[in-house]
Design a protein around this ligand. Structure first.
Ligand code: GLN
Length: 273
């Protein structure tokens, strides 16, 4: 078995780029090695690892869970099936939050439903003056987030609990969240590896609901935790912009606005108190 024949064996079973990446992870070879020395023999353990991953990938497991990591905003984050895999569109939430944070000298920020920690950690690393907290209801997710913060050198105060529950008496300049917002029963939940991801991070699981249950709770409870002029920003689904702005306005927020991601899809809504 060589690098070349391993790739050939995966052909037709999984995507070509996935096959190449899995082979690199299984062997420790670079892309350049694969191109320059395709005749390099594969050791048995590497071949076994690769063959197992190809079979699991072919059955729908996301690549990030197989190799245990994913890139976001130029940094590598560890992931496990306890956390959502980073989505590139979440960069919009980071950009908008950084813009609000940089208008203050030492902003206090909290990330609700932090998962792998990508939002809280990116904000802490890209605005060193900020004091960043992060909350998650899932203890296994918090373990992943804490380990990511440690490896990436980010200082984040992690709290275990339900949305604002572990933040009693605390006020923030910026509150950010990428909450579950896919409506229960959305056919999308059965596609693209989503069944392998934590359902509690994707959907509020409210039968017949509109996917906005968590956003409603966050909007309702945020005013008690915002400093004067403080901002709330959250990610949502492509068709939830108008409903999100209405929720913010009804809760007394100013300037409720929705921003599109790089694909032109409504993705983040923000307002201030
Ligand atoms: N954007 C993700 C998806 O469509 C959902 C992320 C979330 O619910 N926060 O798969």
């Amino acid at each position: 078995m060589t690098l070349f024949s391993a790739l050939t064996a995966a052909k037709g079973q999984i995507d070509r780029l996935d096959a190449r990446l899995l082979l690199q992870y299984a062997t420790g070879c670079s892309h350049a090695d694969l191109l320059a020395r395709p005749e390099t023999p594969l050791m048995a353990p590497a071949w076994q690892q690769f063959a197992e991953w190809v079979a699991r990938r072919a059955a729908g497991e996301p690549l990030a869970y197989l190799v245990g990591e994913a890139e976001f905003r130029g940094r590598v984050f560890q992931v496990s099936p306890a956390v959502l895999i980073p989505r590139p569109e979440t960069e919009l939430l980071i950009e908008l939050a950084l813009d609000k944070m940089r208008q203050r000298t030492a902003p206090k920020v909290v990330d609700l439903g932090t998962g792998s920690g990508i939002v809280a950690i990116s904000l802490a690393l890209e605005c060193r003056a900020a004091a960043v907290s992060a909350v998650d209801l899932s203890a296994p997710a918090l373990d992943v987030a804490r380990s990511n913060a440690g490896r990436l050198g980010a200082e984040v105060d992690f709290r275990h609990g339900d949305w604002f529950a572990p933040l009693v008496g605390q006020c923030f300049d910026v509150i950010v969240a990428n909450p579950p917002y896919v409506a229960a029963g959305d056919p999308h939940l059965a596609l693209n590896g989503l069944p392998h991801e934590p359902q509690m991070a994707l959907t509020d699981q409210e039968a017949g609901g509109d996917g906005l249950a968590c956003i409603r709770r966050i909007v309702a409870d945020a005013p008690a935790h915002l400093a004067p002029g403080g901002w709330l920003l959250f990610e949502h689904g492509y068709d939830q912009g108008e409903a999100s702005r209405n929720l913010l306005t009804a809760a007394g927020f100013q300037a409720a606005s929705t921003y599109p991601d790089l694909a032109g899809i409504d993705r983040v809504t923000a307002g201030y108190l």
